[in-house]
Design a protein around this ligand. Structure first.
Ligand SMILES: [Fe+2]
Length: 378
């Protein structure tokens, strides 16, 4: 991984808003000064992961049929991975684990390894119209800007956004030869800058705005919903910015119109997120897994050019996880996430193929992890 930042590394000016998330309000300088957010697995960890994968993997077996105990990785490496998830949820909001076994693994083995790791850490959430609980992040020619487009299936540069779990895990199998760098910015740091520089616009971004479901909703569910971009509890702030979904949300005839103040506020937010002292750039390498909070850390990636050889094309695997020890959310985030308390399966987008097999997986995995399921736990 290369961690590249250009420009100065100044800290955002102090703000009158206390949000209780100092670690999550990192700047590029903070991540360069203390690299504890990067964890390197060792040979023993890799051996434990490979042994567990070999013990459990049955080629062709549907992922939703696996159970956590099928993959006995051992507490040592699982503890390291759990620490990274906890740093993402309760600390910096960003973690990078390097050194998953990759050499000699076929893409489907590496995908299964990613899935199996997820079984130890949380309840996977559905991510799309097809109700998939894990997705390859790979260019299949999708158009990101279309009303039903999703960035992960394109090779476009993406807007800053969050995904739909407590945390998102992104494991890297192949990287592109050109581009495809990950970009991350702290929504908490951006909030502090906004409150300091433009408190009027900070207030605007606390108002609910329409979010499109990108045409992925099941029958009977409205195609858009209202949710704020920044939401606060008494002393914490969450940022769930997603320009693509909000831009499409404002286009619905029955949705509220976008005001001039909202347009300005969203533009200023995007400008802050890309400031050199705020935005960190990292290049995932094969065997890396990036773990981000979906409540404090915005992510994006640069456009890329891919290999001609199909076997070498940029391939990452993405999991959205609801975790047993997530943070307490502001009530205003319930339109997407459902339950706001920790320990309840929440988040995800049910899609149009959410069937008994999927419901059974969620119930079984929740029980394994001691979590509760509600009607909103797709
Ligand atoms: Fe994403």
């Amino acid at each position: 991984m290369s961690l590249a930042a250009s420009g100065s590394a100044s800290t955002p000016a102090a703000t009158t808003c206390r949000d209780g998330r100092d670690a999550a309000a990192w700047t590029v300088a903070d991540l360069e000064r203390d690299t504890g957010w990067i964890r390197r697995l060792d040979d023993a960890d890799r051996a434990d992961l490979l042994a567990g994968l070999r013990a459990g993997r049955v080629p062709g077996k549907p992922f939703l049929e696996y159970r956590r105990e099928d993959f006995p990785f051992g507490e040592r490496v699982v503890g390291r991975l759990r620490d990274a998830v906890d740093d993402a949820q309760h600390g910096r909001g960003v973690a990078l684990v390097k050194g998953l076994p990759r050499e000699g693994l076929a893409p489907e083995d590496f995908e299964c390894l990613t899935w199996a790791i997820g079984l130890h850490l949380g309840v996977a959430r559905p991510q799309d119209r097809m109700s998939n609980y894990i997705n390859p992040v790979k260019d299949v020619g999708a158009v990101y800007r279309s009303p039903t487009g999703r960035g992960y299936s394109s090779k476009s540069e993406l807007d800053f956004h969050v995904d739909g779990g407590d945390v998102v895990l992104l494991s890297c199998y192949n990287q592109a030869p050109v581009g495809g760098d990950s970009l991350c910015s702290s929504g908490v740091a951006a909030w502090r800058v906004l409150v300091d520089e433009r408190p009027d616009l900070a207030r605007v971004l606390e108002q609910p705005v329409p979010h499109s479901r990108q045409g992925e909703q099941p029958e009977g569910v409205a195609p858009w919903f209202l949710m704020p971009i920044f939401a606060r509890t008494r002393d914490e702030v969450c940022c769930t910015w997603n320009r693509n979904r909000i831009t499409n949300g404002f286009r619905f005839d029955d949705a509220p119109a976008c005001s001039a103040a909202q347009t300005e506020a969203m533009a200023v937010l995007d400008e802050i997120l890309r400031r050199p002292e705020i935005m960190v750039r990292m290049r995932l390498e094969p065997g890396d897994v990036q773990i981000l909070s979906d409540f404090t850390t915005l992510h994006s990636r640069t456009a890329f050019e891919d290999h001609e050889d199909a076997s070498r094309k940029r391939t990452l695997y993405r999991l959205w996880l609801s975790t047993p020890n997530g943070i307490t959310l502001p009530e205003s985030l319930s339109p997407f996430w459902g339950a706001t308390g920790p320990g309840v399966v929440r988040g995800g987008t049910p899609g149009q193929h959410h069937d008994d097999t999927r419901r059974a997986f969620v119930a079984r995995q929740a029980e394994t992890l001691g979590m509760r399921v509600t009607p909103g736990s797709h």
